[in-house]
Write a protein that binds this ligand. Structure first.
Ligand code: HSE
Length: 306
């Protein structure tokens, strides 16, 4: 096999109280990538469709993660990468992560899988760092592993797979404005108050417990963010209105997806996810801001070969 086509999914990072450590995988939206093994050594990006991104390997997220793996393994071949981008950069649903994991997942498959998913995440972190100016893995891990993942530590990298209740859906609204992750990180305080931290880790522990025990009521009581949301929500037009409408329509919780501007709601069942979609659509239709809405079951498979 010399060529592989893959689906690299969008993801939601942070998940309210899990800043930089918790994420989940979507199935309704993602990029496609074609990775080709060639005789000529090196990594070449030969096609990019969907959005304007750099072709130069060292300046492209997919290229940088591919190079990290390539330089470590030093295989006796080269690779060409075609990127068919559906996830808008700066949308808050893991656009850079999808590119970063796509190249290494595809190369790894073509080379007979010398690396496991944690090792692939490690390479992909180099690409993600190009986009967000720091290494974090809370989009990369769910894209590679699927479901919910918890990045227990970055050094050494340790990723835990968290179970996802069967009937859990996400409704995502993506207002068509761009928020750069680096900018959205820069506005966060460097220190947090002890009282806020206590609330946050109580909610985080409870959220993880709710996922393990299919306890939707506990999930609803845990999907709060005392630390990040107050700062970042100011960057998202009509955030409060969307959140209120989603909660009124029955969402278990609504919060900022990654570094924004997308807003996710977790919902029990497709019917509620659809009602939430209708309610937030109503809010945004009157704003004049263009937007997309996705309803997605939690994707427990993650990145896959097409
Ligand atoms: N955890 C990262 C952040 C995700 O919120 O900055 C960025 O997509």
């Amino acid at each position: 096999m010399n060529e592989i086509k893959i689906f690299s999914p969008a993801t939601v990072a942070n998940v309210a109280c899990g800043y930089d450590v918790l994420g989940f995988c979507l199935d309704a939206v993602g990029d496609e990538m074609l990775i080709r093994k060639v005789d000529k050594k090196g990594i070449l990006i030969t096609k990019i469709e969907g959005f304007e991104l750099p072709f130069k390997t060292e300046l492209n997220v997919a290229g940088v993660s591919a190079l990290a793996m390539y330089e470590k393994l030093q295989p006796d071949c080269g690779f060409e990468i075609e990127i068919y981008k559906n996830i808008k950069p700066g949308s808050g649903i893991g656009s850079s992560a999808a590119s970063a994991v796509g190249s290494v997942f595809g190369m790894n498959a073509l080379l007979g899988s010398p690396y496991n998913k944690t090792e692939l995440t490690q390479f992909a972190m180099k690409g993600e760092a190009l986009a967000s100016k720091c290494e974090h893995a809370d989009n990369l891990a769910p894209a590679l592993f699927g479901g919910f993942t918890l990045v227990k530590s970055l050094s050494p990298l340790e990723i835990l797979e968290i179970p996802s209740p069967d009937n859990l859906y996400a409704t995502i609204i993506h207002p068509q404005i761009e928020i750069k992750t680096a900018d959205s990180r820069a506005i966060l305080p460097k220190e947090v108050k002890l009282q806020e931290a206590i609330v946050q880790w109580a909610n985080f522990g409870s959220l993880i417990h709710s996922l393990h025990t299919n306890n939707y009521q506990l999930m609803k009581r845990s999907l709060h963010d005392a630390i990040i949301e107050p700062h970042r929500s100011k960057l998202i037009p009509f955030y409060k209105e969307v959140k209120q409408a989603a909660l009124n329509a029955g969402a278990l919780g609504t919060n900022i997806s990654g570094s924004g501007p997308s807003i996710f709601s977790l919902c029990k069942g497709i019917e509620i996810a659809t009602m939430v979609s209708d309610a937030i659509k109503k809010v945004y239709l009157s704003t004049g801001i263009k937007f997309d809405i996705h309803i997605s079951k939690i994707n427990i498979e993650g990145i896959k070969v097409l």
